[in-house]
Design a protein around this ligand. Sequence first.
Ligand code: PXP
Length: 248
Amino acid sequence: MAFGGVQVPRTLLCVNVSRLATLRAARGGNEPDPAEAARICAKTGCNSIAVRLREDRSRIQDRDVLAIRKAIPENGKVYLEIALSGEMIDFARRVRPSRVTIVPENKEDMTAQGGLDVRKNMLEIRSAVDIFDREEIPVSLFVEPEIEMIDLSKECGARFIEINTGTYSNATEKTEIYREIDRIYRASERAAEVRIRINAGCGLNYTNVAPLVHAKELLEVNIGHAIIERADSVGLSTAVEEMMAILD
Ligand code: PXP
C-alpha cells in the first residue's frame, strides 16, 4: 500500500488451519480435511500455513501435519505449533517445518494471560532453541506483549516471537482496546530494538486486525477461526483474499 508516497510492505497472512480439526472432531470422521484447506489457502496466496499439534492429539493428528507438509509446495511455508516436550520436539525434527512456534499447553507453562512463561521455562526453551538451531529450523515463542517476555525470548536465542493478541481480541471496552493496542505497539518497538522478529495472533478477525497492521515491525499475523468461519459464507479462497486485502 502506498503510504505518504512511500511503499510500505504489507503485513503477511499466515492461515491457521487447526480450527478445521476442531470441527472434524465435533462430528467424527474425516471431514473437513485441514490439508485440503491448507492447499487452497496456499494456492490463494497467503504467506504461510500454521498448524497446532496438541500433546493429547484431540484435534490435529500427526497424519494431518504430514499431509499439510505434503500439500504445500516445496518452497511454501508451514509453521508447526507445539508444546515444550521431548516428544513434540522429536516429531518436529522429523517433519522439518519452516518454523516451530513454542506454545504453552499446561497452565504451569503459561503467564496469567495465556502466553508462554519464558522466565519459568528458560532452560528448557534454550535447550529446544539449540536443538532446532542445529537443524536450521527457526524458533518462535508465543508470548504476551510485554517487554520482559520479549527480552527473555531474545536471551533464549529465539529468532521470532508471536505476540498473543488474545487479551486485545477479547477486550470490549474502548479504553481496554486502546490500552492493548498500545501494549502491542510498544512490544513491536521493543522487538525491533532488540532485533527479534515479531508476528501476532489469537482471536484476530476482519475488524480487529486493522489497527495492528500499522505496527511497522509486525511481519505476519496468524489467523484461524475468523477465516474458517467466514469461509462458511463466501468460500475459503474468498475468505483468505478478503483478509489479505485488509492487510495490504
Ligand atoms: N496463534 C497460535 C499460537 C495459535 O495456537 C492459534 C490457534 O491455533 C492461533 C494463533 C490462531 O488463533 P485464532 O484461531 O483465534 O485465529
